[in-house]
Design a protein. Structure first.
Length: 135
């Protein structure tokens, strides 16, 4: 079952004035990503060779075993610059996972906030029924 996560952020922009007059403008930014099943993830992996499989765990966790073809970008290291290094364009399909599904949600939100439009979170490697590899 697909779930669409939508996070609304409202930002108030205050125009200051000495006399206490000012106007307030409210802006809403919608940040989205999708949660998909591991079966759906496997289908995307087999049909889109350009999709980025993103492991957001630590280096040690990655080295102990990761999904074949995955690139490492720890959740705590996600910035505009580091994301650009591993994700070619903002509309690239990005398949995000961690160990159990918590960090992958955080990472998916961060990527969506950076403007990535095709972010798919599929949980954790601890329930991944397909091939993995180690370094």
């Amino acid at each position: 079952m697909k779930k669409r996560f939508i996070i609304f952020f409202a930002a108030l922009c205050l125009l200051s004035g000495c006399g206490g007059e000012g106007s307030t403008q409210e802006e809403t930014v919608v940040v989205t990503f999708q949660q998909i099943s591991q079966e759906e993830t496997k289908t995307i992996m087999s049909t889109n060779q350009e999709a980025v499989i993103l492991d957001v765990r630590t280096q040690e966790e990655y080295d102990s075993g990761h999904i074949k073809g995955a690139v490492l970008l720890p959740v705590d290291a996600i910035t505009e610059e580091t994301a650009q290094e591993v994700i070619p364009t903002k509309d690239t399909q990005v398949l995000v996972y961690c160990r159990s599904g918590n960090r992958s949600v955080t990472a998916s939100k961060a990527l969506a906030q950076l403007g990535y439009t095709e972010v798919y979170e599929f949980g954790g490697i601890n329930t991944w029924p397909y091939e993995t590899e180690t370094w």
